[in-house]
Design a protein around this ligand. Structure first.
Ligand SMILES: NC(=O)c1ccc[n+]([C@@H]2O[C@H](COP(=O)([O-])OP(=O)(O)OC[C@H]3O[C@@H](n4cnc5c(N)ncnc54)[C@H](O)[C@@H]3O)[C@@H](O)[C@H]2O)c1
Ligand SMILES: [Zn+2]
Length: 364
């Protein structure tokens, strides 16, 4: 990972495959899209995948940046919402791309949050057995998490993200000024993943969030650039060492075993993913304390930070504990009666442990 500091603009290199790719982070970097795409020559028809919400906000800026470089692009609008992260929507993208003359040298641009990114990414992984993908993430979650690392996919009735492919992008343009239009709730949900990076690998980031929680909530531009850069750098470091999630990458699941269970028992409607992860992180930290993996007080420190960031930290009493425990049993990370669980040893350092599923019941 190489981070080049330049006033309010940063570049993080992600060293995967032969050449790797760069993530450009900063306020206004969206205007560079045309130049970035031009650099991918030889260039076939460019296909932009987005949704009506994001298109209304940033579609014109994207089109004019591309037009400035002489690139005419086909915009494919997909419906807005997690419920549309399906094979049907994927077909819609394929058909729109094919009927607008896409070929093997086409580039698919994902303009939007994680849903758009996962769909456009899967389309890029499979159209002609793989065309190039360029990520333009516009939610905090997509900027710090889903736009880097190459995981793509769709949901099935059986569960989330069950069908997909690994397909790394050719570049990422994370324009922090797009975060200004996010709803408070979506923005804060993204912050939960930021807190997660602090807990698992970056104590300085955690300290920064504690110290500057008000500026973070106020979406201070300079601070956002720093935060997004740090998170992408951490994700890059993890993905470089474990692209296919054989080990280290699982650390990114801190708080997610319980978080996924919370999402599942509430039918994926009551909480945003980040909110469920926030509660899951506190539960995981409490369990870590019970296991003696960390000293007591770590869980309440995480809890205080989440509360300062206006995220839910305690699992509300009306969620049935038994159904949560059952839901944990269906999580992907389970083998037999054991669960691979990410425990915190201290802020900035987590490890994976195989623990008894019964222990989770006590922690809940
Ligand atoms: N591939 C990965 O590695 C990875 C990692 C984490 C999450 N994900 C996936 O990401 C998805 C969640 O992503 P998300 O949280 O970005 O949700 P999302 O894509 O649904 O976006 C949330 C909402 O914000 C809107 N929006 C997007 N950008 C906006 C902006 N700048 N201003 C105003 N509104 C904007 C969207 O239209 C949507 O309504 C899930 O499907 C999850 O599985 C993937
Ligand atoms: Zn997550």
């Amino acid at each position: 990972v190489k981070a080049v500091a330049a006033s309010a603009r940063r570049v993080v290199h992600v060293a995967v495959d032969e050449s790797g790719y760069d993530a450009h982070i900063g306020a206004g970097v969206l205007a560079e899209l045309g130049t970035r795409i031009m650099a991918l020559a030889p260039l076939g028809p460019v296909v932009i995948v987005t949704n009506p919400t994001v298109r209304a906000l940033y579609g014109a800026a994207v089109e004019s940046s591309l037009a400035g470089c002489g690139i005419g692009a086909r915009i494919v609008e997909i419906p807005d919402g997690e419920q549309y992260k399906t094979l049907e929507t994927l077909e819609l993208i394929f058909d729109a791309a094919l009927s607008s003359g896409a070929d093997r040298s086409s580039v698919i641009v994902a303009l939007g949050g994680g849903v758009v990114g996962d769909l456009a990414g899967f389309a890029a992984a499979s159209l002609f057995r793989g065309v190039r993908l360029y990520m333009v993430p516009t939610t905090l979650l997509a900027q710090v998490d889903s736009s880097v690392g190459g995981k793509t996919g769709v949901n099935r009735p059986h569960g989330k993200n069950l069908v997909g492919a690994f397909h790394q992008p050719r570049g990422v343009l994370a324009d922090t000024s797009t975060l200004a239009t996010l709803s408070d709730r979506e923005y804060r949900a993204g912050l939960a993943e930021v807190v997660k990076y602090g807990v698992i690998l970056d104590k300085d980031l955690f300290d920064l969030l504690e110290r500057e929680s008000e500026r973070v909530l106020a979406r201070d531009e300079a601070l956002l650039v720093e935060i997004v850069e740090r998170c992408i750098a951490i994700k890059a470091r993890v993905v470089e060492r474990d692209e296919r999630e054989a080990g280290l990458r699982r650390l990114l699941n801190f708080g997610h075993t319980v978080g996924h269970a919370i999402e599942k028992v509430t039918g994926y409607t009551r909480f945003l993913h980040g909110e469920a992860v926030a509660m899951g992180m506190v539960a995981a930290a409490k369990l870590s304390e019970q296991l003696g993996a960390c000293e007591s007080g770590v869980a309440s420190r995480i809890e205080r930070l989440l509360q300062a960031l206006e995220l839910p930290a305690t699992i509300s009493g009306d969620l049935g504990r038994q159904s949560l425990v059952d839901a944990v049993a269906f999580d992907k990370k389970v083998s037999g009666d054991k669960v691979i669980f990410v425990v915190v040893e201290r802020i900035g350092h987590c490890v994976q442990r195989e623990i008894d599923r019964g222990l989770i019941a006590t922690a809940l």
